[in-house]
Design a protein around this ligand. Structure first.
Ligand SMILES: Nc1ncnc2c1ncn2[C@@H]1O[C@H](COP(=O)(O)OP(=O)(O)OP(=O)(O)O)[C@@H](O)[C@H]1O
Ligand SMILES: [Mg+2]
Length: 673
């Protein structure tokens, strides 16, 4: 529940709307419960054969008669009291005196209430005489007309209440979604690896939707429905508060049941949401991997996997549905049982013309049949809001389960701290130094071990080594996608963990091993890291990456959309766009991970020619399996199983380094073959 309440903070700025919606709810409830008060006069007019004016006169006479009787009785009692004073003061006399005193008190309270009633009737009479017709049918028509107008007013207020609540909820979700996104994009890369993007996506969509439903219930129903019930209770109390209270014993029982159901609901919803994120995962995997699915004719397999996940979701969703559905009827049966109890007691009073039921005083005067009918209608009307309230509680619990999942995401802290106060890194750093760097993705499985490397500004370092030797991992540490477990990386003597992260990343240009493009135009993909670049700058970067020629041949040139993840381009074309993107960013440290792995020999040679010029004023790390890329390197670093085994020029390494010799031989043999 804590997180559900936290989510409500996002609705706080719109509190004025909530207040107005509450006022609308109060008015709607008032008009709704007022309608039931038309039952009594209508029944009375139809049943008694008299018009309202005569009826009110009768009522006044009735009250008069009753209070006359009481007054006569009271006078007798007072006389009796006086007479007792003359008797000897023994126990018998005191006893009688006590009885009489009590009777007098009762009679006085009856007189008082009769006086109130009389005043009420006279007040009503003034209006009835002034405004209501004397014809019975026209009076009923008038009353029915009032009911219709009342309902229309109720409808208007309800409309405003619901739209206000809807706007508050959607605005608060808008805020929450954006805040959540802000948090998530600042999370570390490792969070995305562990959790999976599907999990995050489902929290942004499905979970937030679920939370919104809970909030809608809270703002819309939690105030409006109890108000409607309250309105009926108040009017029922006017008829007989004792009978109404008999009915209200249901409230604590219902609360106990609802809390239990609510707890189960929360658990069931959590499970349901987990299944939904599984569905997201399957969708994401099979859609992005659709070519593999088709090539390996795994459509049936994927279909089965999806069916399994959706079936599981169905089972979990049905639990939620059942819990939601069970709460209403239980509460309704309880409510009707309580109404029946109150009705039975009332019927007993009406039939036997009594004021006491099971020795408890229920009313001062025997109830009229019409009053009982109206009481019954009012109490039965309460069961509707109460039933809705039960579904409200289950929905809020579902929202609470969703809120827990959302805030679990929001509450994560990035391990890589951005150090906004830290020293800013200079452009054109003189040195980059790796000192005894150790790193592991999972504790206990070291990937990098004691890496020591010192790089001067302007150098081009090539990293070579077998697959999985840790080349990409090492380069991931430089822009701080991850931080090393031990050791440090310093730029001009400043540990990059202490430096301002933004200034560090602004200097690092990366071409990652997997080419990543956004579904946008080529121009905007190239200018991704430099959104204000001019068309000339973009074109010049594209020329340096040897991408201009193929872009110019596309139907829309730089305005061609590349499709999802660049699906409309070839592998080599995509790579050259990512290179152009890194070049345009004009970084002082450039990391190129397998940047020509998909280029043909000619393109590769041209790219190398362009790059030589570009790399002169910056520090470059090139990861490569192609030994002809090494021609652009000043020094070559050979990595093996997470360790640096040798550093040197091509000739040095051929002389001294076994690993390098083997790599070279394999490469050479392949070319000959
Ligand atoms: N996100 C990750 N979580 C856990 N382990 C990882 C992760 N990424 C890589 N690894 C592991 O780290 C090791 C080094 O991976 P890395 O990507 O650095 O290799 P590489 O030298 O770049 O290989 P390649 O030449 O194939 O690109 C591998 O054994 C890999 O299994
Ligand atoms: Mg790699």
């Amino acid at each position: 529940m804590k997180n559900f309440v936290r989510a409500l903070r996002f609705a706080f700025p719109y509190r004025a709307r909530i207040i107005v919606s509450v006022i609308c709810a109060v008015l709607a409830a008032l008009f709704w419960s007022l309608n039931f008060t038309a039952i009594y006069p209508t029944m009375k007019i139809v049943g008694s054969g008299k018009n309202l004016q005569e009826l009110i006169d009768d009522s006044i006479a009735d009250v008069q008669k009753r209070s006359d009787e009481v007054r006569a009785g009271l006078e007798d009692k007072l006389k009796e009291q006086k007479r007792l004073l003359t008797e000897p003061p023994d126990a018998d006399r005191f006893n009688q005196e006590r009885h009489i005193a009590r009777d007098i008190a009762v009679a006085e309270s009856k007189l008082k209430s009769a006086a109130h009633e009389d005043a009420r009737y006279r007040h009503a009479k003034r209006y009835i005489d002034a405004y209501l017709p004397t014809d019975r049918f026209r009076t009923i028509a008038f009353l029915v007309g009032l009911v219709v107008i009342g309902m229309a007013l109720k409808g208007i207020f309800e409309f405003f209440q619901e739209t206000l609540v809807g706007s508050v909820v959607n605005l608060s979700l808008f805020g929450l979604r954006n805040m959540c996104f802000r948090k998530v994009v600042h999370l570390d890369v490792s969070h995305f690896n562990e959790q999976g993007t599907h999990e995050m996506m489902s929290r942004f969509t499905n979970d937030i939707e679920m939370l919104g439903n809970g909030q809608k219930m809270l703002f819309g129903k939690m105030i409006a429905e109890p108000l409607r019930a309250l309105g009926c209770v108040v009017f029922a109390c006017f008829i007989s508060w004792q009978l109404t209270f008999m009915f209200l014993v249901l409230v604590p029982v219902a609360l106990v049941i609802l809390t239990r159901v609510g707890r189960m609901m929360k658990r069931a919803t959590r499970r349901m949401l987990e299944r939904m994120s599984l569905i997201y995962k399957i969708l994401q995997e099979s859609f992005t991997g659709i070519r593999v699915v088709k090539a390996f004719t795994r459509e049936a397999g994927e279909r089965a996997r999806f069916r399994r996940a959706t079936r599981e979701y169905y089972t979990k969703a049905m639990w939620v549905v059942k819990l939601d559905a069970i709460a209403g009827p239980i509460i309704e049966v309880l409510g009707i049982a309580a109404v029946a109890g109150a009705l039975l007691a009332g019927a007993y009073l009406v039939i036997n013309k009594k004021t006491h039921f099971l020795g408890i005083q229920m009313a001062y005067y025997p109830l009229e049949a019409e009053s009982l009918l109206q009481l019954y209608a009012l109490l039965a009307a309460i069961s509707d809001p109460v039933r809705k309230l039960s579904s409200f509680l289950t929905k809020v619990q579902s929202g609470a389960a969703a809120a827990d999942r959302i805030f679990n995401l929001i509450d994560r802290d990035p391990k890589v701290q951005s150090q906004p106060q830290g020293p800013r890194l200079n452009r054109h750093a003189e040195t980059i130094e790796f000192k005894n760097v150790c790193f592991s993705y999972d504790p206990g499985h070291p990937i990098l071990n004691g890496i020591d490397l010192r790089v001067r500004f302007g150098e081009t370092i090539a990293l070579v080594g077998k697959n999985g030797s840790g080349k990409s991992t090492l380069m991931n540490l430089l822009p701080r996608f991850y931080d090393p477990d031990h050791g440090s990386i310093t730029v001009d003597g400043i540990d990059i963990r202490m430096a301002n992260l933004r200034t560090l990343r602004q200097q690092v240009g990366v071409v990652t091993q997997d080419t990543i493009l956004f579904d946008d135009t080529i121009a905007r993909n190239i200018s991704y890291g430099h959104p204000h670049a001019t068309a000339e700058e973009i074109e010049s970067a594209a020329r340096q990456a040897f991408a201009h020629d193929f872009i110019a041949k596309l139907p829309n040139g730089y305005e061609t959309r590349v499709g999802e993840a660049g699906s409309k381009l070839s592998g080599g074309q995509k790579q050259r766009l990512t290179l152009a993107r890194a070049i345009l960013r004009n970084p002082s440290i450039l990391i190129l991970d397998e940047f020509t792995s998909q280029s043909d020999a000619e393109s590769e040679a041209i790219v190398h020619k362009f790059l030589r010029e570009f790399m002169r004023q910056r520090t470059t790390f090139v990861i490569t399996h192609r030994l002809n890329t090494l021609e652009i390197a000043d020094r070559i670093v050979v990595l093996d199983a997470g360790r640096i085994v040798a550093v040197g020029t091509h000739a040095d390494l051929l002389d001294h380094c076994n690993v390098y010799q083997r790599l070279h031989e394999a490469h050479f043999q392949r070319r000959v073959a």
